[in-house]
Ligand binder design. Structure first.
Ligand code: G3H
Ligand code: 13P
Ligand code: ZN
Length: 305
């Protein structure tokens, strides 16, 4: 059964670990995420963005995820990632998503509050929860303008949460989406995170948290891919962020690298293989390994309830 995301995150917050939010755009990735969580007896969040929904189909995502989850004994949540507007959030909630992110962080504070409040009101009626964002990460949110990060201001975060009554809050502390997160050394503002945590009592979410593992990038390059000078957030930094109060960690890029690398490897080594089940089936296995690795780092192994 799909479960209430809020409850899942409150438990993580109380016990000091993070639940993995993993983005999926296809059946193979969704299966890999759920199976990894089952193997490690961990709660997990399957997340789909607007573009994933456009690609995979809302009804298809909901029904396949619900069927895969079936009667499993681990808690699985289905979440809309970076919902750009009220309408998509509403559609996802209506079909049965257990939470939505409304990401109007590019708007003025006032408008961000206004739209978030409206989504919260609707979600409450369906016993679902809402993640919102204050501050801006480079990547998704700057597709409209090319502004740099706008790091979250602790006081503004507090004011936003009070005004919207959202259930969890995505904050900007220096990460960004995609494979290119840092020009030089990784720089996360842990002091800022600490200050936000002191003021804001609801679960805090770290977006743009992929590690861009260098061994994976090397393999990708070996098999014909190219991600020059790509860098992510190290496992050590993720653990520090959890220590300072992050209890939901969003990962997409690391799964994309894993999938893509395995596809390239398999196709290079099996030039006459045309069975798409074998090709995709192989890539799915590696995505599952990465999800398992993440679950262990996030500390949610054995935390199913
Ligand atoms: O943070 C967002 C995810 O990486 C989703 O990206 O819009 O390409 O699906 P996408
Ligand atoms: P990455 O691009 O670092 O995987 O971030 C994903 C994310 O934040 C999804 O919301
Ligand atoms: Zn994100």
């Amino acid at each position: 059964m799909l479960v209430n995301t809020k409850k899942m995150l409150l438990k993580a917050q109380e016990e000091g670990y993070a639940v993995g939010h993993f983005n999926s755009s296809n059946l193979e990735t969704t299966k890999a995420i759920i199976e990894a969580a089952v193997e490690l007896n961990s709660p997990v969040i399957v997340a789909t963005s607007k573009s994933a929904i456009e690609y995979y189909g809302l009804k298809e995502i909901y029904t396949t995820t619900r069927e895969l989850v079936g009667k499993l004994s681990i808690p699985v949540a289905l979440h809309l990632d970076h919902g750009p507007d009220y309408n998509l959030a509403k559609k996802c909630l209506n079909i049965g998503y257990t939470s939505v992110m409304i990401d109007t962080s590019k708007e003025t504070f006032k408008k961000n509050v206004q739209i978030t409040k409206k989504v919260v009101k609707y979600a409450r009626e369906l016993n679902a929860s809402v993640e919102a964002e204050i501050g801006r990460l480079k990547g998704i949110e700057d597709q409209i303008s090319s502004k740099e990060h706008v790091l979250t201001q602790p006081n503004e975060a507090l004011e936003f949460v009070k005004a919207t009554d959202c259930d969890s809050l995505a904050i900007a502390i220096g990460t960004s989406h995609g494979a290119y997160k840092f020009k030089g050394k990784t720089k996360l503002d842990f002091e800022r995170l600490k200050n936000i945590r002191e003021l804001v009592k609801i679960p805090l979410v770290l977006h743009g948290a992929s590690s861009v593992y260098q061994e994976e990038v090397k393999k990708l390059t070996k098999y014909g891919g190219s991600l020059k000078n790509a860098h992510g957030v190290s496992d050590y930094e993720l653990k520090r962020a959890i220590g300072y109060g992050i209890c939901k960690i969003n990962t997409d890029t690391d799964l994309r690298i894993a999938f893509d690398m395995e596809l390239r490897k398999f196709l290079k080594e099996n030039k006459s293989e045309i069975d798409v089940r074998k090709i995709l089936g192989n890539a799915y296995g590696h995505v599952k390994e990465i999800v398992e690795k993440k679950i262990k780092i996030f500390g949610s192994e054995g935390k199913a309830y």
